[in-house]
Design a protein around this ligand. Sequence first.
Ligand code: PGA
Length: 251
Amino acid sequence: MRKNIVAGNWKMNKTLQEGLALATELDEALKGTTPNCDVVIGTPFIHLASVAAAIDTTKIGVAAQNCADKESGAYTGEISAAMVKSTGAAYVILGHSERREYYHETSEILNSKVALALANGLTPIYCCGEALDIRNANTQNAFVQTQLEETVFNLSTEDFKKIVIAYEPIWAIGTGVTASTEQAQEMLAFIRSIIAAKFGKDVADSTSILYGGSCNAKNAPELFAQPDIDGGLIGGASLKVADFKAIIDAF
Ligand code: PGA
């Protein structure tokens, strides 16, 4: 069966010292507990190695929020998938709408990133989701389908089975506006149906699909109770241990 996952996305927040404090506080809070989901924290690149060394990574997986679309070489300022892997991180968030929008990540670039992540043994948490105008025009399903068809639907079945999908409607990210439980469930069921059409029902049934966008301790229990919502990608609410732990405990 597919895994439930609660993954934090710290974005560009926390100095190294603050990030280490946050990660170790979460580690402490989970000691002696057995969450009903996998727990992941997506830290800034420079925190990865220190955080991975400071916590029990068998209990809390560490994720990068990006990786380069090139393997290695003269790409000043870039961080490769191999480098991410060498820190002890196991996951990489790819295709987040903020990266697509502010850093112009295209499907072509994302295909390289996903391929390099997989080649280096990282689990991509691959994000998709529509902007408000698309939702208002009621064309969100076709939009998300195209985002997936141009990228991860080109993977082999074996590789597709290694990825996690996160649906994050842009209008719900950091806005305090959550997609309604019905909207989230409807989209995740749609995504699962197109995965089934492409890769078969068994693959669809074993793919973890997360919801992200103003998910918090209050709305997580209802969201996570839906049949197709396998967890959350959590931004703002992952920056405080009490909030994040409450979301983990929603499973
Ligand atoms: P948010 O961010 O929970 O702060 O809305 C989610 C995300 O962008 O991953």
